[in-house]
Design a protein around this ligand. Structure first.
Ligand code: GLN
Length: 538
């Protein structure tokens, strides 16, 4: 029998519900409980796959090929678990299911309504993970209490709280306690209003987690408790942290896990084992070296668009006891070899980011040429790998009009081309090559050196592919296909033999990097950036 923790949010968005949920999950997991987390998003897109990163940040992909909210990345990175389609549900998906049922005649004769049909479908989805026998299912409700689009979720939550045994559910509400500089005071009123709004929906939160820039103090805690109908010990402070990875320890100090276990009547068998986590934090906070890596992309004003890449650098950096400074370089700012030299000359490594469409592509290619010629460690991810193939074909094989057919539909020399099965596809949503695929590594390759095994599986999200027509020519000039998907004969990895570290991968390694299992390619890349830097110094 699973127990439920519901996490709601009030006052403003972006308070970090995902991080608080993941941190609580981490603490309960560290006490030996089997925990998972799911997120319900109130927008009407069936999934975030069709959303521009400007709107919603990175689209996170799970092993089973679901295109999901970036909070699922936090869940995986914190808990070291693999999530799935069932862990992320949107209003669009709920309505799609209900409307399909209506068309199939399942509700014959009935008027289909928000209550009970939409709320029933929300509740069914909320309980889907029960089948997997988790001890704890944390359910984050996206959006903010008071939003029109959140109403059906709050109503479903109200009903579910009635249906579940009182010992089997708890509601944690995350709010903001702002500091007014002029008054030199923390203000509780927004939180009071937010809780009132929740109470009007029939939900009394059991625990309040308060984001704040300053310590709450006993007086504020007591006031919040009084006005929000809670015991003072159930008012938890969530003070701003240096890094998101501090939050589990801050929540531990505030006894959030103990308060939750008291309500859920879970007798704690053991103290949380956070040795690995603390060791990671120790390395993260006391690096003995640092390197500077350029992230060449086109959403650089918006780090959320590359969230998992940034986090994979944090994990891989800690593993090397090295701080990785990331310089975001806008690919559109690189228009010539001179620009590339100017912008990239102080970097110890260059990563060319994933992406879609033509904008900024030539700048990425110029950056790759620079990295290849100057022998700077280079890491190309998805579009970054495809650009590396185009660059190599143009400048080493001398195929001047080599291109990806994504950028030039009538490319004469499409060294990157649309996959065969993609050609007939018209719908944009959920139709890319998505999710985990096997890849066989060549034993004498650099990637094998990093992974230390021949069989790997990595996650994908793309429509275009290395064109095998050019494979022999490309390999004969020194760019080797060192990772292959054997079922479909697809090139998944290229590397340049005569270069200290030049690797392009068709998949997204950043999606599988976690605190406890930093991704081997990021670890190895950073290691080579350190070597490059030290050689440059000597
Ligand atoms: N646009 C490229 C493709 O669809 C690369 C995608 C990506 O970088 N995720 O193949």
């Amino acid at each position: 029998m699973s127990k439920y923790i519901f996490v709601t949010g009030g006052v403003t968005s972006s308070l970090g519900k995902g991080i608080v949920g993941a941190s609580l999950g981490k603490l309960l997991q560290a006490r030996g409980l089997n925990v998972t987390i799911q997120k319900f998003d109130p927008y009407i897109n069936v999934d975030p796959g069709t959303l521009n990163p400007y709107e919603h940040g990175e689209c996170y992909v799970t092993d089973d090929g679901a295109e999901t909210d970036l909070d699922l990345g936090h869940y995986e990175r914190f808990l070291n678990i693999s999530t799935s389609q069932a862990n992320n549900v949107t209003t669009g998906r709920i309505y799609e299911t209900v409307i399909n049922k209506e068309r199939a005649g399942d509700y014959l004769g009935k008027t289909v309504q928000v209550i009970p049909h939409i709320t029933d479908e929300i509740k069914r989805r909320m309980r889907l993970l029960e089948e997997k026998n988790f001890d704890i299912i944390i359910t984050e409700l996206g959006g903010t209490v008071g939003d029109i689009e959140s109403l059906p979720y709050l109503e479903a939550l109200r009903q579910l709280r009635m249906e579940l045994h009182p010992d089997d559910h708890i509601t944690v509400h995350l709010t903001l306690v702002p500091y007014l500089a002029a008054a030199k005071e923390l203000k509780t009123k927004p939180t009071q209003h937010s809780v009132k709004e929740l109470q009007e929906a029939g939900i009394q939160p059991d625990i309040l987690v308060c984001r704040t820039e300053h310590e709450l103090g006993d007086e504020i805690r007591a006031k919040l408790a009084l006005f929000c109908n809670l015991k003072p010990e159930n008012v938890i402070e969530a003070i701003d942290a240096d890094t998101i990875y501090d939050v589990p320890l801050l929540m531990l100090k505030e006894k959030l896990d103990i308060r939750v276990m008291e309500k859920l009547k879970i007798a704690s068998a053991k103290e949380p084992d956070l040795r690995n986590w603390k060791e990671f934090l120790g390395h993260l906070k006391n690096p003995s070296e640092d390197v500077t890596v350029g992230l060449i992309g086109k959403y650089n004003e918006l780090p959320d668009a590359y969230k998992s890449i940034y986090e994979a650098f944090v994990h891989g950096g800690a593993a090397n006891e090295c701080k990785v400074n990331i310089i975001a370089v806008h690919s559109e700012d690189i228009e010539s070899d001179t620009d590339a030299r100017k912008k990239l000359k102080d970097l110890d490594g260059i990563l060319v980011a994933p992406g879609f469409g033509e904008r900024g592509i030539e700048g990425k290619i110029l950056a790759i040429k620079y990295a290849r010629e100057k022998k700077v460690p280079f890491f190309g991810i998805c579009l970054g790998m495809q650009c590396a193939v185009v660059e190599f074909a143009r400048n080493v094989l001398n195929i001047k009009n080599a291109a990806s057919s994504e950028m030039d539909k009538s490319a004469q020399e499409p060294v990157i081309d649309m996959m065969h099965e993609q050609r007939k596809i018209k719908n944009k949503g959920g139709t890319m090559r998505l999710g985990s695929y096997n890849c066989q590594l060549s034993p004498d390759s650099r990637v094998y050196g990093a992974y230390q095994k021949e069989q790997i599986a990595e996650r994908h999200r793309h429509r275009y592919e290395f064109n095998n027509v050019y494979k022999d020519r490309i390999e004969s000039h020194g760019m080797m296909a060192t990772g292959m998907n054997l079922e479909k004969n697809l090139v998944e990895i290229v590397e340049i033999k005569d270069h200290p570290w030049f690797i392009g991968v068709q998949f997204h390694p950043e999606l599988k990097s976690t605190v406890e299992m930093p991704h081997p390619l990021f670890v190895d890349f950073i290691k080579h950036c350190m070597l490059y830097k030290n050689k440059a110094i000597n």
